[in-house]
Design a protein around this ligand. Structure first.
Ligand SMILES: [Ca+2]
Ligand SMILES: [Ca+2]
Ligand SMILES: [Ca+2]
Ligand SMILES: [Ca+2]
Length: 183
């Protein structure tokens, strides 16, 4: 059962960055800000703390729902379908957090507001490249494609003047090859 905790953390990597496990109590400490995603998923009694018991209970439910042939075991196919579902849920949660007016699409303003550490020049370039049907909105599918293509962010960060193309200066003054500037 002990290996459930690392599994839970791996499934919610954002949470891993902002939490640590208190070895004595076995609960996630509230000294650090717990991500909303993590709390929503595991804090089933809503007290702001996530205990080992809560994590095990949630994962046990996931196990049962993933075990579609109910043989008490997860085959690779069942496991991989579960992980695909986790990724889909995570993408949907990210989409919903960007879509602040819940319109079902992400405007350029919402996209920019959702990336406060990036300049509006960078977010505008990323938005334009990710908006593959050029309707000035990002759909869930367009956001999914952006997540699969980190080169878009790398390109946008090199394009200092935001004209949608890299000059030789923009290219050579960077480390495009090593991707040092990529976050
Ligand atoms: Ca099974
Ligand atoms: Ca919206
Ligand atoms: Ca679009
Ligand atoms: Ca440029």
């Amino acid at each position: 059962m002990r290996k459930l905790l690392p599994l839970a953390a791996a499934l919610v990597p954002m949470a891993l960055l902002s939490t640590h496990v208190d070895a004595r109590s076995g609960s996630y400490s509230t000294d650090h800000v717990l991500s909303d995603d993590f709390l929503e998923r595991f804090d089933t009694d809503g007290d702001g703390r996530v205990t080992r018991t809560e994590i095990e209970a949630v994962l046990a439910e996931d196990f049962a729902s993933a075990d579609t042939d109910a043989d008490g075991l997860l085959s690779y196919a069942e496991f991989s379908a579960l992980l695909a579902q986790y990724r889909q849920d995570k993408l949907q949660a990210e989409f919903d957090s960007l879509d602040t007016d819940a319109s079902g699409s992400i405007s350029e303003q919402e996209f920019s507001d959702g990336h406060p550490r990036s300049s509006t020049t960078v977010t505008a370039t990323v938005f334009a490249l990710a908006d593959s049907d050029a309707d000035a909105l990002l759909s869930l599918d367009e956001l999914a494609a952006l997540k699969d293509n980190p080169d878009i962010w790398r390109f946008a960060e090199l394009d200092d003047d935001g004209d949608g193309a890299l000059s030789e200066d923009e290219f050579t003054s960077s480390s495009a090859v090593s991707g040092r500037r990529h976050r």
